[in-house]
Design a binder for this molecule. Sequence first.
Ligand code: AMP
Ligand code: MG
Length: 334
Amino acid sequence: MIYKATEENIAKAGKILKNGGVVAIPTETVYGLAANALDKKAVAKIFAAKGRPADNPLIVHITDAKDIEKYAYPNEKAAALAKKFWPGPLTMILPKKDCIPDIVSAGLDTVAIRCPSHPVARAIINAAGVPLAAPSANISGKPSATTAKHVLKDFGENIDAVIDGGTCDCGVESTVVTVATEPPVLLRPGFVTPEQLREILPDLKIAEAVTKELPAGAKALSPGMKHKHYAPKADVTLLNGTFEQFKAYVDAHMDQNPSCLCFTGEAEKLGVPCVEYGREGDGADQAKHIFRSLRALDEQGDGIVYARCPQKDGLSMAVYNRLIRAAAFRVIDL
Ligand code: AMP
Ligand code: MG
């Protein structure tokens, strides 16, 4: 079921994908659950395996920025973004061409496109000879997968193969930006930060739903924003403050038998079961470990969890965005 990323297995994965199968592939962000983006029956298998709501569109993966115009109508901003950030962890939303089936775009007239940098992802797309639609390889609503084992845990034998490319470097899903609107809008923070994007898109707006809960009935700029996300079984609450304030809060709630999601080196000082999710102030380290940590919480059961709050800017914005969803938007300012 899990296959090493050898040349032979990459060729096999390409064949399975070309023939309408579903294969989990490593990328630099998280593992993706891939199928031929031009084959609506194959794409339907992704939605079924994940239990993904039909109104949540998929990202189309290509290996050459020149291919954008096969599937979408590019503009100058898209070209500039591709030049600076591709191949890499950035997804752009553009007006779509008719060859992209409605199931991929969830009926929208736009399509999300990304050109990954991971050598195995690129080799598999090239072996398949078709663009690959690939959402994150996790059961819908659960933490994304950053190792082949995590993918297997979610899908077992329900998909055709998992290609093992080791642990993902970034650890959080791609940055999503729409250049189909004026001004362009950041829809999901990721490894490419708003500060970096503003070098190309000085008028970039950040969608409110990136760091806040959408009001009931509000229309999401990106459908993924409104769905339940990254939720472990535990009841997570983010505590915004210093370590000393955090510890005092946890100490005052010992009757709840809480666990903690904390920064590296803090576990031993807290005296309760802990999962450490990265170094304080180091967004890249936190991003790399956040989903493994949320999955580790799942192994611990469904109790009360207090989580240290990361910074909200730079790369940590991506981590904060995932954590507030894992915490169902429960944040307490200490
Ligand atoms: P995932 O594939 O799990 O990383 O999720 C892809 C994200 O991209 C979801 O949040 C989608 O809502 C978003 N997305 C994909 N296509 C579009 C689109 N055409 N317009 C806006 N957001 C999109
Ligand atoms: Mg996802």
